[in-house]
Write a protein that binds this ligand. Structure first.
Ligand SMILES: C[S@@+](CC[C@H](N)C(=O)[O-])C[C@H]1O[C@@H](n2cnc3c(N)ncnc32)[C@H](O)[C@@H]1O
Length: 284
């Protein structure tokens, strides 16, 4: 980053071979006078570029409808595995249940589904069948999903390419209400259903029925209380099979309370990364 000026500076940066256009506004606030002196230029560059990349990552990952991120900036894939797959005890249950029915509130980028496909790729020896029923008010195009999930492209591997291949025509034909399709992944046959619309309307629906494990992933309840409304949590309970479970990244009281009132047994568990707690629940 040469010829640094007060005001806007633009620099093309290529971390891990990915092009990023970094715009840095220099002011005393961002760059204190002490840092401008002497031979600190390398250090400025590192500090500023790090801040800018973090800012850009957050902005790229931001859902503009809720001003909240789709997944953790730290490691969304590890977070999804820890919270939803381990949180629902799926590694153990996989060997006990013939067909799993997964329910999700908030499909977003599909990262949770993809993490599940990757988990199955390594955890099962013969092909299995899964039902996956999700809900989304603002479905994303395959181009947008590709952009958002690009940091996980290598680790998600061939499942990611296959998902985008399936998603493109599916997305183009989405209509409000229920949309269904069948996807064939190397280790998993997925019967996929997506309700396009608001969680409030979804909660009035009979489907899905007999869900075995829920991924409750609808943005933070402070930024988006509607998807955690008591009526929606009650509906989640009614749509759950006996012995069915849930997991969520948030342990907020406004989420725990309605889930308990609906009938779930809820307990707290250590959260992911910097989060102190997450929750697990079971319908007994
Ligand atoms: C945290 S993101 C989900 C992340 C997602 N599971 C993933 O892997 O990318 C929450 C999603 O819920 C959706 N959402 C939030 N409130 C909703 C509502 N009231 N009805 C339907 N969808 C909603 C948002 O549009 C967003 O895509």
């Amino acid at each position: 980053m040469k010829n640094l000026l007060k005001g806007m500076n633009t620099h093309e940066y290529t971390p891990n071979g990915r092009g990023l256009l970094v715009h840095v506004y220099f002011s005393k606030k961002i760059l204190p006078r002490s840092l401008l002196k002497y031979n600190c230029r390398d250090r400025h560059e590192k500090i500023i570029i790090k801040e800018e990349i973090q800012m850009q990552k957050t902005q790229i990952n931001l859902n503009p409808h809720y001003q909240d991120c789709y997944f953790s900036d730290t490691d969304g894939q590890a977070e999804a595995h820890y919270i939803f797959i381990e949180g629902n005890d799926l590694p153990r249950r996989l060997n006990e249940e013939e067909v799993l029915h997964i329910g999700e509130t908030g499909f977003g980028t599909g990262l949770n589904l993809l993490c599940l496909m990757n988990f199955f790729s390594t955890a099962v020896s013969k092909k299995i069948s899964v039902k996956y029923s999700s809900l989304e008010k603002y479905p994303l195009s395959s181009e947008r999903i590709k952009e958002l999930l690009s940091p996980f492209e290598d680790s998600l591997g061939s499942n990611f390419a296959l998902f985008l291949y399936y998603w493109k025509p599916f997305y183009n034909t989405l209509t409000p209400g229920w949309n269904q399709c069948a996807w064939d992944f190397p280790k998993v046959k997925v019967e996929f259903s997506l309700y396009v619309g608001d969680a409030g309307d979804w909660s009035q629906q009979k489907n899905p029925k007999q869900v075995d494990a829920w991924f409750l992933d609808g943005h933070s309840p402070e930024k988006n209380p509607d998807i955690w409304a008591p009526s929606v949590m009650q509906s989640v309970y009614e749509k759950t099979a006996l012995g069915g479970t849930l997991a969520s990244f948030t342990a907020s009281g406004v989420v725990k309370r309605p889930l308990r009132e609906a009938g779930f047994f809820i307990k707290r568990k250590k959260g992911f990364g910097t989060k102190r707690h997450m929750i697990q629940g079971v319908k007994t």
